[in-house]
Design a protein around this ligand. Structure first.
Ligand code: PGA
Length: 247
């Protein structure tokens, strides 16, 4: 059976001092975790976090990766560069990137492709806005977002991680109910299974106001294979208790 994955997404938070304190507290409190654990940190702190996490069971992740291999793309970071800093995961297509940086489904698919080619596992984020949910379009939207990635990644699709993050639940304190989350996860699971005979190994994470109080119930759903945790990953006690709720 595949292990669950709990990935923290620090977003644009942290400082040299705060990162060190947070990671030291996490490592001190982390008994042998029953799941995989990762931290997706701001790019400028990857080197610092690589050192702090070396010889630990926590993997390092970035929050984005370039869709290009190398060259004249000012400000971008390639998957090969990420690998040099021990990065195992890259978030791609987070809703904040789609919204504020106008990343299209096609660009997200290219980023996933580029990450895989560079030996970095993309955590492909999909999710509907509140307006889309209210219009009854949730399944269409997430299926369309995932289809773009499946289409351009062919048989490599079994190497990705997927994160379902309803946009209306991100940073709002509103969590999808376990039934709402499980329902969408089942749709994504079926879509992945139809795309690859190896899709069973793909972890589908839930993200959106996951916290110490709601994690156990969400993680007990049959198609929820872990969590992508924003705000609660900045508090060591909360993040540790989310990790501890994985059985
Ligand atoms: P949140 O963020 O847990 O603060 O809602 C999740 C995410 O955006 O990955």
């Amino acid at each position: 059976m595949k292990k669950k994955l709990i990935a923290g997404n620090w977003k644009m938070n942290g400082s040299l001092a705060a990162n060190e304190a947070l990671i030291k507290t996490l490592l001190a409190g982390l008994q042998t975790p029953a799941c995989q654990v990762a931290l997706c940190v701001p790019a400028i702190y990857l080197a610092q976090c690589q050192t702090l996490l070396s010889a630990s069971s926590i993997d390092l992740g970035s929050q984005d990766v370039s869709e290009h291999e190398l060259g004249a793309f000012t400000g971008e970071i390639s998957s090969a560069m990420l690998r040099e800093f021990g990065v195992r995961y890259a978030l791609v297509g987070h809703s904040e990137r789609r919204q504020y940086h106008l990343e299209s489904d096609a660009a997200v698919a290219l980023k996933a492709q580029r990450a895989l080619a560079g030996g970095v596992t993309p955590i492909v984020c999909v999710g509907e806005t509140l307006a889309e949910r209210e219009a009854g379009r949730t399944e269409d939207v997430v299926r369309r977002q995932l289809a773009a990635v499946i289409h351009s990644n062919g048989h490599c699709i079994s190497e990705i991680v997927v994160a379902y993050e309803p946009v209306w639940a991100i940073g709002t304190g509103k969590t999808a109910t376990t039934d709402q989350a499980q329902q969408v996860h089942a749709v994504l699971r079926a879509q992945l299974n139809a795309a690859s005979p190896l899709a069973d190994r793909i972890q589908i994470l839930y993200g959106g106001s996951m916290n110490a109080a709601n994690a156990a119930q969400l993680l007990a759903q049959p198609d929820i294979d872990g969590g992508l945790v924003g705000g609660a990953s900045l508090k060591a006690a909360d993040f540790l208790s989310i990790i501890a709720s994985v059985h």
